[in-house]
Design a protein around this ligand. Structure first.
Ligand code: PMP
Length: 361
């Protein structure tokens, strides 16, 4: 067995052998779960998305897609009130973030500063590119201490806002003061969940040359399956992302993706209505969970972070799973009493609450 193992890794680079990759949330096949584990939107994509797919010219797939997704960037730029030169698109915001690390941080440099409890892909990107990690603890109540960030010697910052998995948010004025206080450092604000909060820093892009705001089609646009995310920032920052992208993949977005996402951006009213329903359910779920004895920070995202000191996060996760409800759990310091629960439809959330009542009875 050992011999087999040695053989299978014999050709690994030191990097491939040594790194611990990110683990994505489970995508079950087979058994039907109430799936509240990866912050997908419970509502379908906009009707315009179905139209774009129906009218899609399959013959065009013979040809490579637009390498820089110019038409989609124009549509996004119009929606964000910026120019095409201020927008970069990638294969999911994960890819945009993955490219941002080598674009803005040096191997062995002063490092990237981020919270101890935040999106767990950031440390993986940093490790992959040998960028030192400057980790700042969240406060006891899981809020982000921007003053502690300010005191940290680093090349720049990566801030998820709202933060994941806590769901806590920082209003844009506070973010702008922080960005303005560090004009020589890049501030990457990961706004994957921002539409459920509505306090985006993207409107500061024309003003701050060091601000990069990263967004996604996976959450509020109900398009996690299409894989598209984007960054909005100063033209200089965007050109750095293109330089790195063109060392890696000329065509990260396929033709179907580019057509579908443009249609989605034009469906503002439909998505605003879906977001409103998610936010209303988030508030209902938060109150119901607190009523059952859970600690739940005020969430600004499409998920809630619920902790139960007696039951523990691991037990809640396992017992929910046994009852057909999938949530996310991390056996990590500070958060092992908690589960991250995606806000579903009213019916899904009721199923979750029934299962929890059964577990805690
Ligand atoms: N940022 C955060 C904070 C996330 O939780 C996620 C989803 N896992 C992403 C970025 C990446 O999302 P996507 O690649 O689907 O755009």
């Amino acid at each position: 067995m050992d011999g087999e193992k040695t053989k299978s890794t014999a050709f690994f680079s030191r990097l491939a052998a040594g790194i611990t990759p990110y683990t994505a949330g489970e995508q079950p096949n087979g058994r039907q779960f109430v799936k509240l584990n990866t912050n997908e939107n419970p509502y379908p994509p906009a009707p315009a998305v179905y139209e774009a797919l129906k009218n899609f010219d399959a013959v065009s797939l013979r040809l490579y897609p637009a390498p820089d997704a110019d038409a989609l960037r124009d549509t996004i730029a119009a929606a964000e009130g910026v120019r095409r030169e201020n927008v970069f698109c990638g294969n999911g915001s994960d890819e945009v973030l993955a490219l941002s690390v080598p674009a803005f941080f040096d191997p062995g440099g002063k490092g990237a500063c981020f919270a101890d409890v935040t999106y767990s892909f950031y440390p993986v990107f940093c490790e992959f590119h040998a960028v030192p990690q400057k980790i700042v603890p969240l406060r006891e109540d899981f809020s982000l201490d921007l003053n502690a960030f300010s005191r940290t010697d680093c090349q720049g910052y990566i801030i998820a806002n709202p933060n994941a998995p806590t769901g806590m948010g920082i209003p844009e004025e506070q973010m702008f003061s922080f960005v303005a206080a560090h004009p020589d450092k890049i501030v990457i604000v990961d706004e994957a969940y921002m539409d459920f909060y509505g306090r985006s820093a993207a409107k500061g892009v024309g003003k701050y040359k060091n601000l990069l705001v990263v967004k996604t089609f996976s959450k509020s646009y109900s398009l996690a399956g299409i894989r598209c995310g984007y960054a909005v920032g100063d033209e200089g920052l965007i050109s750095a992302l293109f330089r790195v992208k063109d060392c890696f993949n000329s065509y990260p977005l396929d033709r179907v993706c580019q057509a579908v996402c443009a249609a989605a951006v034009s469906s503002r009213e439909y998505y605003a209505a879906c977001t409103e329903k998610v936010v209303a359910e988030r508030e209902r779920l938060t109150l119901a969970l607190r009523g059952m004895g859970f600690t739940v920070p005020d969430s600004k995202a499409n998920f809630v972070f619920a902790g139960h000191r007696q039951a523990g996060g691991g037990r809640i996760y396992r017992e929910l799973r046994a009852r057909g409800v999938l949530v996310r759990y991390w056996d990590k310091p500070k958060i092992s009493a908690f589960c991250r629960i995606t806000v579903g439809t009213r019916e899904q959330n009721d199923a979750l609450l029934r299962a929890l009542a059964d577990i805690l009875k």
